[in-house]
Design a protein around this ligand. Sequence first.
Ligand code: 5AD
Ligand code: SF4
Length: 455
Amino acid sequence: MVLFHLKTFGCQMNVYDSSRIVDLLSENGMDLTEDETNADIIILNTCYIREKASAKIFSELGRLKKLYKDKNPVFAVIGCVAKAEGENIFKRAPFVSIVLSSQKYHLLPELLNKALIEKKIIKEEELQEKKKNKTKLSHLINTELSGLEKFDCLPKQKNSEKVAFVQVQEGCNKFCTYCVVPNTRGREISRDEQSILDEVENLQKVGAVEINLLGQNVDCYNGLDKDGNKSSLAKLIKKIAKFENVKRIRYTTSYPSEFSDEMIELHAIEPKLMPLVYLPIQAGSNEVLHKMNRRYTREQYLELIEKLKNANPNIQISSDFIVGFPNETEEDFQQTLDIVKRVKFIQCYAFKYSPRPNTVAQKMDGQIDLKIKSDRLKRLQVELRKSQDAFNKSCVGRVMSVLFTDVSKTDNQYIIGKNEYLQPVIVKADAKLVGTIQNVEIESASYANLKGKII
Ligand code: 5AD
Ligand code: SF4
């Protein structure tokens, strides 16, 4: 039995890719092991978005190599670092056998089998399919593929978590000046609608209750429908909402100026569509937004939120922020704080700007001192925490709908789930309610979670 250990870094898209890789390798007779000390194959699915994330990969590789000092497993680096660093990974970590971008992970079984044979972990005769593989391992990363071929190679999921993720779109054409994604994930491309609907139909048959549609710019989804016409995110969601077992639908990540009126309307009429919109603004100053090549102004952003709240007053907003972008002044930063006060975001991620290789912003004059970045991040986080706290407190006394997914690890009399706004909710209830959606009256709120009782 060949055992593989898979470690995932980074965003939801990587988490999704990893889950599909588990399906794919299992289908090919390999078994996932959680034990990092006892695998024949170690796969790192990597993130390149900020320097910290990508530096972690090389230290992790070094640590794992040491752990395996007497053994010689196959090391594979996949995902965004693989795409961005390419051959450099073989130079810095020569024990790595496979480097593969996210667009091509469907090639993993074949490449892994080849490496397992080379390392004499398995014999050639042991391979069920003895296809002769003539592809050179390290050169695959340069082959041009659209990024969607992998979906034709993936097996149907045999079971699903209650909350399932489905990738609808790959890549990004926006070229924000700080961002590596257009390089690591390639140009934007949408899956055909039918392929997504087939995946969702299967997922809801094998356990999914909540479907989360993933795309770097999910609002730009424009895959072809059965008749060869361009679909849209709203059209796709309307079709997904028809599946009986699908009770909740989310989508992520939105780009403010691509948010369509069709989607705003859908938020007014489709009860399965959760009222939380993840809408990264990045910065509150128009000057900074312009330098970031974000294609909207703060005024347009605020107008969009007003439209959304007019369509559905229950809508809340979450967001991403970057502080310390080149040339960001204290006044610019004040504009970011001002946006937080106005919008009252309910959950956010905030980052210090991290200069990334081969991006426009990396070459800009006016890079900001780390100390200033850290100071701004702290001040922003205080403001974000205030608005999250205020929202959490406003939930006390409300009845919210919660999809329960787990029994509490600390006390098995309690179960945990997420409400409409992805806030963790804890109630004292029978474990058999895990997997169901219940109405919960919220009785108390802290920064981290809400507590209540099922009614
Ligand atoms: N530095 C800091 N944060 C970044 N992000 C993307 N690129 C960078 C960078 N170079 C953040 C953005 C994005 C989130 C996924 O990561 O806020 O929305
Ligand atoms: Fe990166 Fe901008 Fe594309 Fe988001 S929209 S993935 S931040 S380039």
